[in-house]
Design a protein around this ligand. Structure first.
Ligand code: NAD
Length: 340
């Protein structure tokens, strides 16, 4: 199933779409992206890809949620941000729980507080003591860190303290990952198109800074895409010295053929939606009223999942991305069969 709900509100400038990709496992859960898109078609295209990715991510993380995503076009002129997100919240409410929203690129806790004035189908809000909730990005960073640790042990036979990691994008997830890697003794090379965010991380963590155009091909052991999607292209992978790719960004593979090229080049790849599930694990637990300890345990479990996927991919000499997709598709198909 796939459902698209067009969002348009002339008064607030709300313009975008909610795409629900699958409800087989439960309500469609996925964040709200607020970004500049030249036209609605591009926003819709992005929302479709992201919603599909959420179905796979939620299934693989063992969550009782289907996949969905909202993509909103950032207005060009001045706008009332709070009013725009309240209008978005009303649109979420109209779906009566079939879609649960939270933060994504370009949205913040403050935006979700506005959304929550219009609907209860929102997470990523303030967390009470011991309860799940709050900004999901630290959990995403923690999950990527666990994924990288497991993948480095299995595929490179080393600990993170032996590695140089090139991090693309030092936003919420990228900066959190950098801090964890530094604490674990790794060396860091970083790039961000926003020099302020990049320099803030470099100053505190003693990271080497390179130009954003160079980060995928800089001499490092691990490449960690933590910016927007599509970092792994035929060109970037052909020229990549890293032996392992593991990062927080969604939709890292620009095209399917890149997965084959990674395998041909002997570069281990941790499927993006497996590595970056920490945020949605937190969001799901918050929505279901669970506690923080459960979130920590599930995020810890990402390492074991990565280990299993990479081991199977290596045994079958197939791209890890395809192995993971098949696992997720099986989980969704089983749920559909049970519901039928
Ligand atoms: P963010 O907006 O805080 O950070 C993204 C950073 O990437 C920004 O600093 C931006 O300047 C930088 N950037 C953009 N294009 C770049 C480029 N070409 N080269 C270098 N830097 C570039 O977003 P975030 O929350 O950190 O999310 C990062 C990625 O992780 C996104 O793909 C997002 O979908 C994904 N993700 C985030 C979460 C979460 O919990 N926040 C969860 C799962 C997946």
């Amino acid at each position: 199933m796939q459902q698209s709900v067009r969002l348009q509100d002339a008064e607030t400038g709300l313009d975008g779409v909610i795409v629900i990709h699958s409800l087989a496992l439960g309500p469609g859960a996925g964040g709200c992206r607020f970004w500049t898109y030249p036209d609605f078609g591009e926003a819709l295209e992005d929302a479709r890809r992201l919603a599909e990715g959420m179905s796979y991510k939620n299934a693989m993380a063992g969550l009782p949620f289907g996949g969905a995503k909202a993509v909103l076009r950032r207005p060009e002129g001045p706008f009332d941000r709070a009013a725009l997100f309240r209008a978005f919240g009303r649109a979420v409410e109209e779906l009566e729980g079939r879609y649960v929203t939270a933060e994504d690129v370009g949205t913040t806790l403050f935006d979700m507080r506005e959304v929550a004035k219009a609907t209860r189908h929102v997470a990523g809000l303030d967390a009470a003591d011991g309860r799940a909730g709050g900004d999901p990005s630290p959990w995403t960073a923690q999950g990527v860190f666990e994924a990288m640790k497991a993948a480095a042990r299995l595929t490179l036979g080393v600990e993170l303290s032996d590695l140089t990691v090139a991090v693309q994008g030092t936003g919420n997830v990228g900066a959190g990952l950098c801090r964890r890697l530094k604490d674990a003794g790794a060396r860091l090379i970083i790039a961000d198109i926003d020099p302020r965010r990049r320099d803030a991380v470099a100053a505190v963590l003693d990271a080497r800074v390179v130009d954003a155009a160079e980060i995928a091909t800089v001499d490092a052991d691990v490449f960690a895409p933590c910016a927007l999607g599509g970092a792994l292209t035929m060109e970037s992978v052909a020229a990549m010295p890293a032996r392992l790719v593991c990062g927080g960004a969604n939709n890292q593979l620009a095209e399917r053929a890149v997965a084959d090229l990674l395998l041909d080049r002997g570069i281990a790849y941790v499927p993006d939606y497996v590595a970056n599930a920490g945020g949605i694990i937190s969001v799901a637990a918050e929505y279901l009223g669970e506690d923080k300890a459960g979130v920590a345990a599930r995020v810890d479990g990402i390492g074991a999942r990565v280990h299993a996927i990479l081991e199977q991919a290596s045994r079958e000499h197939r791209p890890a991305a395809f192995v993971a997709d098949e696992m997720a598709e099986r989980i969704i198909a089983d749920a559909e069969r049970r519901a039928a």
